[in-house]
Write a new protein. Structure first.
Length: 304
């Protein structure tokens, strides 16, 4: 049997100890993790110590402010989450799935909704025909704490609130343009500073986005060719040859655009965020597991 280290399963390794490890890693303190798992603090502490003993690795640095992952601990997060997903899939009951009904509200970015999530609902609906999924794409005004949504797939890590967090993957970005614009660039040699290029970027309301900030640094006071408030408009403008745009790899490539630079340092993590008090709901868990698997199946496409 294989452990979260990728080696033969050490003697004494217990799955519940891996759950304890993930809870402490996500919450940062024993008290918060114990509350989430409905355990005593002493019991949770013993499980962490038992896991460290079984793996022969220190997983946390104990501090007064909380538990901080060691380098070894951080390296095991993704493998532990894979075990978590496998355990959830193993324990699901088909007869309960077919009886599941009700409504789940999902908040997510428009680009993930239209290009990744929305093409998949027929598959989800086949499993849960009585479960209605409502997709909200205006996540800038969606707040899980106000119950605007039950769960969210987003690229910004929540810094506060009673939520359960899981990193699903990475959304990769690159610099793209149309084939026609690329041919014009070849006729005008560039020194790597993009001084002769025009750019398509975000409007003032979206200036906080990493892609917008990257373009602003490159322009150094120059005006862009066009600003928009939607990713779809940027893709259309880039296809029309108006200039360069910072776009997610999986969207730009599907649109037939040419990659000028595939690694510009603005990749974003993809997080699954659930209200903690709803995390055990069968409806929420069903959609959360489906989204986790969906991102995993498209991991390379998303990261680029």
């Amino acid at each position: 049997m294989v452990s979260i280290t990728g080696k033969e399963m050490p003697r004494g390794l217990v799955w519940d100890d891996t759950r304890a490890f993930l809870a402490v890693a996500r919450c940062g303190t024993l008290s918060a993790a114990a509350s989430q798992l409905n355990l005593g603090i002493a019991t949770l502490s013993r499980r962490i110590e038992r896991l460290e003993t079984a793996l022969k690795l220190p997983l946390f640095v104990r501090q007064q402010s909380g538990y901080q992952l060691t380098e070894d601990g951080a390296d095991l997060i993704e493998k532990a989450e894979a075990l978590e997903a496998a355990a959830q899939a193993f324990t699901s009951e088909a007869d309960l799935q077919t009886q599941m009904s009700g409504q789940v509200r999902l908040a997510t970015a428009e680009n993930l909704a239209t290009e990744l999530i929305l093409p998949a609902p027929p598959e989800f609906r086949a499993q849960y025909p009585e479960l209605l999924v409502e997709v909200v794409t205006d996540i800038s005004t969606t707040n899980l704490h106000r119950r605007d949504a039950d769960l969210a797939v987003r690229m910004v890590r929540p810094e506060r609130g009673n939520v359960t967090l899981r990193r699903l993957g990475t959304l990769g970005y690159g610099l793209y343009c149309s084939p026609d614009y690329e041919s014009r660039r070849e006729a005008t040699p560039d020194l790597g500073d993009y001084d002769t290029d025009t750019f398509i970027t975000w409007g003032e309301m979206q200036s906080h986005l990493p892609a917008a900030q990257w373009v602003e640094r490159i322009l150094r006071g120059r005006k862009p060719a066009l600003t928009t408030t939607s990713l779809a408009a940027q893709v259309a403008a880039a296809k029309a040859g108006l200039g360069l745009a910072v776009l997610p790899h999986f969207i730009a490539r599907d649109a037939g655009l040419v990659c000028v630079d595939s690694d510009i340092g603005v990749d974003q993590p993809i997080y699954l965020v659930i209200q903690t008090d709803l995390a055990r709901s069968r409806r929420i868990r069903a959609l959360a597991d489906f989204l986790t698997d969906l991102v995993a199946r498209n991991r390379e496409r998303l990261s680029g």
